[in-house]
Design a protein around this ligand. Structure first.
Ligand code: 13P
Length: 250
């Protein structure tokens, strides 16, 4: 069965609640594409107003992060249960900015993935190499390590429902998009790694996005690659351009 594309915006730390509603109202007529699952991952405080603004549209609202404990004395954190109660079905886990600025590790990523799955939330699991790692030729080794640890104790059945975002760190917010060949090569290596951990059916089911300076002009070629099932879009998801990215095949 062909995998349905999933194109997600990652708003990062942008948009106040009222700006969020305004942006959704602007984008909703522009992001209609039945071939694609459309998702806006928004700051926690924007989730509820964004849900309301997206009601009756094809836009799903997701979170950018969550904590791996159920509840308790974790000031400032958001639990899976809170996300579920707000109607959230997707959460980004282990974005490179969370790893870099908030000390997330492969191990905390794994705990969050397990907690999201336990609560019926689809994790979008981020991986990606630094420029040094790419230049030293260790990209694939590094990413295989990230993937293998992220999926520890995840069953094949659950793994098949997850989404992976390959985001080379050197391409994030730099305007320097990976070449189509580079992106496809790593996305294929990720799929091969999943086949190794699980089996071919799981590898064939899992959706793998590319992220890193995706734009309306780079999207069509990237998303046409056999192992790229959509994108995780930062900067361009805050503009009307996101409509063109979602409708890349029209
Ligand atoms: P940019 O599209 O701004 O490069 O960000 C990519 C990203 O980090 C999405 O998660």
């Amino acid at each position: 069965m062909a995998r349905k594309k999933i194109i997600a915006g990652n708003w990062k730390m942008n948009m106040t609640p009222s700006q969020a509603v305004e942006l959704i109202n602007t984008l909703k007529p522009l992001v209609v594409n039945d071939d694609v699952d459309v998702l806006f991952c928004v700051p926690a405080i924007d989730i509820i107003p964004a849900m309301e603004a997206a009601k009756g549209t094809n836009i799903n609202i997701g979170a950018e992060n969550m904590y791996f404990e159920d509840k308790g004395a974790y000031t400032g954190e958001i639990s899976a249960e809170m996300l579920v109660d707000a109607g959230v079905k997707y959460v980004i886990i282990g974005h490179s900015e969370r790893r870099e600025y908030f000390a997330e590790t492969d191990e905390t990523v794994n705990k969050k993935v397990l907690k999201a799955l336990e609560n019926g939330i689809t994790p979008i699991i981020c991986c990606g190499e630094t420029l040094t790692q790419r230049e030293q030729g260790v990209t694939i080794d590094f990413i295989r390590q990230q993937i293998k640890i992220a999926y520890l104790n995840v069953t094949a059945e659950a793994a098949a429902t997850t989404v992976i975002a390959y985001e080379p760190i050197w391409a994030i917010g730099t305007g320097k998009v990976a070449t189509t060949e580079q992106a496809q090569e790593v996305c294929k290596a990720i799929r091969d790694c999943i086949a190794e951990i699980y089996d071919d059916a799981t590898a064939a089911a899992i959706r793998i996005q590319y992220g890193g300076s995706v734009s309306a002009s780079s999207a069509p070629e990237l998303f046409a690659q056999p192992d790229i099932d959509g994108g995780l879009v930062g900067g361009a998801s805050l503009k009307v351009d996101f409509g063109k990215i979602v409708c890349y095949n029209k």
